[in-house]
Design a protein around this ligand. Structure first.
Ligand code: SDX
Length: 463
């Protein structure tokens, strides 16, 4: 426990003090002159150690203010390691580039969930279990029928994934290892089915049921595109490119959607509800929705000659360069390079996509111009994935649903890790209160109604 003793170090005369060599911060509260020793562990201090810093004994104590958690570690985890400056991404210590070259998505999902690569029998059992849980309860189709023809697939995926919690109520037995395993394989197995069914609903097509003879990625393509043929035969180049895209999107440490899963899971909610929260967070255009926004941006630019004008509008902050920038990666997103390397295979197997020209020209400018270089705006995972999905004739509003498919293994592995941790507490951040205190209850006749920050719109909808 940190103490208030003064630091043991001697003054050096230039205002700093000689290092004591201890793993601690010495903090002086200039309001009181008191000094505190805060232990440093893993390059962090415990936020709770700040609470002893007070002016008066009955003060609440010091907190850290960090909206969007830009510099706050919310948990410990051994699943994914990212070095944003070096552009490094590793799962359980294995570099993402090696996994994309040598592994498959289901093997990577096993690695994320269980912490090591499977033996051959383990992989066979894992693949068998997932393959034989791809069906969803027939009643789920009734949910989908209730959606409008143009309902966004992410809205349908969010709803049907949450609904899975009602079909598997035993998933609430969070301590039961069998229920934890069942929820893990059911989520990884069924979310592609729910995503494909959403696409078929939008297209007015009958559902194409899972085909157990196909691999995970091939099966998803079959559920999406199978028509009257008795057996859908995916192009192996497309199936492999999709499997690599699934590997690249599987997990990404404490991103917005994963922290949503952990936060909801911390209340003891079942894993289906927690993953539904992740889907809701991923839906946003600043997160998983960026790949869909990339295509809208490329279509808006329309042709290569318009790229310079568009980039000027970005500099004027009238537009955002969707698919560029990242909170953690500050030089390059390693996943974007792998996707770009595989893009060629996809374009060989599909019609050439003219939007590629615009995408390539955007990237060239962004990597050269000071405005973008100084803000570390380089292509992220969403930039090229959007163009590949477009080449696969997947509609843009399906892109984020396809991102959610592999991210499910990341979400569930993070949920398993969190719920296995002894002494886990419910997530409940604090706040800096800026509102009124002990206000009067004003009689309605005396109210002016003019003090709200942003009251109801002047012309209320439907009024
Ligand atoms: C994903 O967290 C994860 O790991 C996410 C993810 C995962 O696998 O889970 O990697 C997946 O979400 C990838 C990111 C997809 N989103 C986009 O492509 C949307 C466009 N990108 C941005 O909105 C933005 O770059 C973020 C949200 C990704 C990161 O934003 P930050 O770190 O909060 O950076 P910022 O908003 O503070 O921007 C810093 C500066 C600002 O300029 P100034 O105010 O200093 O002048 O850079 C500018 C921003 O205006 N900026 C952009 C920009 N991104 C940042 N300007 C134009 N276009 C952009 N894309």
């Amino acid at each position: 426990m940190p103490t208030e003793e003064t630091a043991k170090s001697a003054a050096t005369g230039d205002g700093s003090v000689a290092a004591t060599g201890e793993d601690s911060l010495t903090v002086t509260d200039n309001r009181t002159g008191r000094r505190y020793e805060l232990p440093i562990e893993s390059e962090t201090i415990k936020a709770m150690d700040l609470r002893q810093i007070k002016v008066h004994e009955d003060d609440f104590g010091m907190m850290a203010y960090d909206p969007a958690y830009t510099n706050t570690a919310s948990c410990t985890s051994a699943i994914t390691y990212i070095d944003g400056d070096a552009g490094v991404l590793q799962h359980r210590g294995i570099p993402i580039e090696r996994l994309c070259e040598k592994s498959t998505y289901l093997e990577v999902a096993y690695l994320l969930v269980f912490g090591e690569l499977p033996t051959r029998p383990q992989l066979e059992d894992w693949t068998y279990d997932i393959t034989h849980h791809t069906f969803v309860h027939e009643d789920i189709k009734k949910f989908l029928t209730g959606f409008r023809y143009d309902a966004h697939p992410m809205g349908m995926l969010l709803a049907t994934t949450g609904a899975l919690s009602t079909f598997y109520p035993d998933a609430k037995k969070l301590e039961d290892p069998v229920e934890r395993y069942l929820a893990t394989i059911r989520l990884i197995a069924k979310i592609p089915t729910l995503a494909a069914f959403s696409y078929r609903h939008n297209s007015g097509l009958p559902y194409a049921y899972p085909d157990n003879d196909l691999s995970y990625s091939e099966n998803f393509l079959s559920m999406m595109f199978k028509m009257t043929e008795t057996k859908y035969e995916p192009d192996p180049r497309v199936a492999r490119a999709l499997d690599v895209l699934f590997i690249l999107h599987a997990d990404h440490e404490q991103n917005c959607s994963t922290s949503a899963v952990r936060s909801v899971g911390s209340s003891g909610a079942d894993p289906y509800s927690a993953v539904a929260a992740g889907i809701a967070a991923l839906y946003g255009p600043l997160h998983g929705g960026a790949n869909e926004a990339v295509l809208k941006m490329l279509r808006h630019i329309e042709k290569v000659e318009n790229v310079p004008d568009f980039l000027e509008s970005v500099k004027r902050k009238e537009e955002k360069l969707m698919g560029f920038g990242h909170r953690v990666y500050k030089n390059h997103d390693p996943r974007a390079q792998v996707i770009k390397d595989h893009a060629g295979d996809v374009f060989e197997a599909t019609e050439y996509n003219p939007l590629i020209e615009i995408a390539t020209e955007l990237e060239r400018h962004a990597l050269e111009e000071e405005y973008f270089v100084s803000r570390k705006l380089f292509p992220n995972v969403d930039f090229y994935s959007g163009v590949i999905y477009e080449a696969l004739k997947i509609p843009p509003d399906m892109f984020t649903a396809i991102f959610a498919i592999p991210r499910t293994s990341g979400w569930i592995s993070q949920w398993l890790e969190m719920t296995a941790e002894p002494g886990g507490k419910i997530a409940r951040p604090r706040q800096i209160y800026t509102g009124a205190i002990d206000a009067e209850y004003e009689p309605i006749a005396d109210r002016s109604g003019g003090n709200t920050i942003s009251g109801p719109p002047a012309t209320r909808p439907g009024a």
